[in-house]
Design a protein around this ligand. Structure first.
Ligand code: DX5
Ligand code: ZN
Length: 223
């Protein structure tokens, strides 16, 4: 397992009126991914951005766009995000009728495929698709909003997922999303996470690049 922590700042907490500038700043500051939270006001109780913004962000940065789809019916709309230029596309296991097929179609389009689980969904749910994914995203808050408190049981869940992957002989990137800061980063890194999403702890800080790098350093100090 890598001893590096990849950082995926979530633009949900960026300044939407100056999105291009915020994305450029955090990308030039060393972000490994730009995490884009797509919400449909149905699967989650919030509405955010969609394919046109993703297309526009592709013109601003070469840093991979890590698109987290918190939407129902990703089965048919996933293609919109692939066409818009998403580099990594993560769908929720809870929101896909045909999870296996959706993940296959993401890879067939040449993108990296991720599967996500809400805090209340057990990891066994994705056992049969582990071989089809490049990333597993464990939500450490209930999805919908930035700035929520980290749910502690995700540390054990991360450890269990890492063990399940090892047993299956696969090594998807384990990403954690929600309530990540310099206090929680070491806990999940130690448990096996290698990619951390952080929204409010990065973009609400005085120095977003410094805050991102502090979270990375905190995580790497624990592995
Ligand atoms: C929540 C989103 C997150 C969110 C994280 O549903 O998936 O990516 O931006 O925000 P923080 O880091 O503030 O918890
Ligand atoms: Zn997210």
């Amino acid at each position: 397992m890598s001893d590096r922590i990849l950082m995926a700042p979530s633009i949900l907490s960026a300044d939407f009126a100056n999105l291009g500038n915020d994305v450029r700043m955090i990308a030039e500051g060393g972000a490994d991914f730009i995490h884009v939270d797509v919400m449909d006001g149905h699967f989650v109780p919030n509405l955010t951005i969609g394919p046109p913004i993703i297309k526009a962000l592709k013109r601003v940065t070469d840093t991979p766009l890590d698109v987290h789809l918190m939407i129902d019916n990703a089965d048919w709309s996933v293609q919109w995000y692939l066409d818009a230029g998403a580099d990594w596309v993560t769908v929720h296991a809870e929101a896909c009728d045909h999870l296996h097929r959706v993940l296959q179609s993401i890879r067939a389009a040449g993108a990296k495929a991720g599967v996500s689980l809400n805090p209340g969904t057990p990891i066994d749910t994705i056992k049969d698709v582990l071989g089809l994914v490049d990333m597993v995203l464990l939500m450490s808050v209930n999805p919908g909003f930035g700035g929520q408190a980290f749910i502690p049981h995700i540390v054990d869940k991360t450890r269990d997922l890492a063990a399940m992957c090892e047993t299956a002989g696969v090594s998807p990137l384990i990403q954690i999303d929600g309530g990540i800061d310099t206090n929680t980063a070491p806990l999940v890194a130690q448990a096996g996470a290698r990619c951390l999403v952080a929204g409010s702890a990065v973009f609400c800080a005085q120095d977003p690049v410094g805050a991102m790098n502090a979270i990375r350093a905190a995580g790497e100090s624990a592995i």
